[in-house]
Design a protein around this ligand. Structure first.
Ligand code: HEM
Length: 509
């Protein structure tokens, strides 16, 4: 290493002193927060895991808008949905950029996917495509057959091997997304596209982990050539960039080939390519936005659906109530479909509660501020990162009394009972960066709930004659999952088993 940590610290200290001398007095104070130390700011206060818990604590101490400073950059933490809407939604022109991440974004290339694409023309083009194809419940209807078919296959896999629940949930999420994004049908349990996409998304997490790469602290290191001593990150970045490129190109080329052969099933990609002469720029945008579907969609739905099984294991009365509704409306001769949804208000509330109780993306994805702002009297400087603490918003007892209780009835009104806020107005984020896959996510969670509860009884596993009660705990990270747990999944009756085993059909042209 030619550059040592001492050099870096001295360099940063020098920059800090120059900046402190030259900088103008700010027009107002930053939002309150833990004491900021000269040069270090709040680096020592930053939690190393499950940041949402510490951020919620700061909310209790400093109020719904708090701030810390890390390496000279303010982080603005929002602990109430109202403030998140006032800031990120109502002033979205200033608050819709994403942070620049030298390793994951620039060197590996994730800045070309929608999650990290800077706010600008390319961002708007991606969003237009998403909006056209999966932007409303109505446009999602075209993909309901794919959702129903893959969820039926999921039931069959769970029936055959209930102990592999987590793997089946993961496979199904990948299968649904690849059908929708590229009209691709999985080949067996170890599909090359799914394996590649899972590898790429894992590398996304590694490459965007704060503090994992020095180049994220000193961005000019990205110009250091790979042969330079200590520049091993360049080799890693190249390798990961190749995985990402393959993940983007392979399914795209598959769809183009299917279209050329006249056998493509309708998908996000085929729809955007159909009968058009495209510029290189347009082709790039279609290819990368289709890949964004996978990278944004697979792991998130996995977390939500896995948590449904956890909740049903722990809250048997809720399960029974949902099953009673399904039995009354649909009977037990067929599986539920999307067309039944309007008649299943309790199951619909259960979907909401799944999205609240287990918070899939607890801190959303940071929004970067593009212009100085004064909000509620606080100074929000350009370049700050705004972090909505979605976990706290969905577990705030002011909005959701007894937040750790799984209770779908909280959304059902009645005499003198006002329904609690629909968590879907919070869990998908805010403003122009709100999750563009929210209708797809909502559809996937609904159909999994309805079909699984129609045919399975989910309960605590029994080991050596003793019931095992799973512990509710979530993994750290941008996308948070319930930690693996055991449960028992059995068909509700011989008739239910027969229904599961029926031919799920197929989708073709
Ligand atoms: C339960 C499921 C899901 C949850 C809870 C969820 C939640 C979120 C959240 C909180 C954000 C950040 C919003 C913000 O910055 O304010 C986000 C962004 C995003 N989500 Fe989802 N999501 C889910 C499923 C999906 C699905 C199925 C897709 C794909 C179709 C998807 C694609 C994306 C993309 C591409 C972004 C980045 C948007 C942008 O930066 O403009 N998500 N999601």
């Amino acid at each position: 290493m030619l550059i040592t940590w001492l050099d870096i610290c001295l360099g940063a200290l020098g920059l800090y002193l120059v900046k402190a001398i030259l900088s103008k007095k700010p027009p107002a104070a930053l939002p309150p927060g833990p004491k900021k130390w000269p040069f270090l700011g709040n680096i020592l206060d930053m939690p190393s895991t499950k940041e949402w818990l510490t951020f919620a604590e700061w909310g209790r101490i400093y109020g719904d808008v708090a701030s810390v400073t890390v390496l000279g950059r303010p982080l603005i933490i929002l602990n109430s949905a109202k403030i998140a809407i006032d800031m990120l939604d109502k002033k979205s022109a200033k608050y819709s950029d994403r942070p620049v991440l030298p390793m994951g974004g620039e060197l590996v290339g994730w800045k070309n996917t929608m999650i990290l694409v800077p706010y600008g023309d390319r961002f708007r083009e991606y969003r237009r495509y998403f909006h056209r194809l999966i932007g409303s419940r109505h446009s999602m209807e075209a993909f309901h057959p794919a959702e129903e078919l893959e969820t039926h296959i999921f039931l069959q896999k769970v029936l055959a091997k209930p102990a592999d629940l987590a793997a089946h949930v993961r496979r199904t999420a990948g299968a649904i997304i690849l059908r929708i994004s590229h009209g691709y049908e999985l080949q067996g349990d170890h599909d090359p596209f799914v394996d590649l996409a899972d590898k790429a998304t894992e590398q996304f997490s590694l490459s965007t982990t704060p503090g994992a790469f020095l180049v994220d602290v000193i961005p000019f290191l990205k110009y250091v050539p790979a042969w330079f001593p200590g520049a091993g990150f360049q080799k890693t970045a190249k390798e990961w960039s190749n995985t990402l490129k393959e993940m983007v190109d392979m399914p795209y080329n598959f769809t183009k080939q299917q279209m050329a052969d006249g056998i493509a099933t309708p998908s996000f990609t085929s729809n955007l390519l159909e009968g058009k002469q495209l510029s290189a720029e347009e082709e790039f945008n279609i290819k990368w936005s289709a890949a964004s579907l996978y990278s944004g969609g697979a792991d998130t739905t996995v977390s939500a659906i896995y948590s449904l099984f956890l909740a049903m294991t722990l809250f048997p009365d809720v399960q029974k109530k949902a099953q009673a509704e399904i039995d009354a409306v649909i009977g037990n001769d067929k599986l539920p479909k999307f067309t039944d949804r309007s008649q299943l208000p309790y199951v619909d509330s259960l979907v909401k509660e799944v999205l609240r109780w287990n918070v899939v993306v607890p801190l959303a994805i940071a929004h970067r501020v593009q212009e100085d702002d004064i909000h509620d009297g606080f100074y929000i400087p350009k370049g700050s990162l705004v972090i909505p603490n979605i976990w706290h918003m969905l577990h705030d007892p002011r909005t959701y009394p007894n937040p750790s209780e799984f209770d779908p009835d909280r959304y059902i009104g009645g005499e003198g009972k006002v329904p609690q806020q629909d968590p879907r107005t919070i869990c998908f984020g805010f403003g122009r960066r709100i999750c563009p896959g929210l209708n797809l996510a909502d559809a996937s969670v609904f159909i999994s709930c309805a079909m699984s509860l129609a045919v399975f009884d989910i309960s605590k596993a029994v080991e050596n004659g003793v019931e095992v009660t799973p512990v509710v705990n979530n993994t750290p990270g941008t996308i948070s999952h319930p930690v693996p747990f055991k449960c028992s999944i059995k068909p509700r009756s011989a008739k239910a088993a027969a229904l599961i085993q029926q031919d799920p059909g197929h989708i073709g042209v």
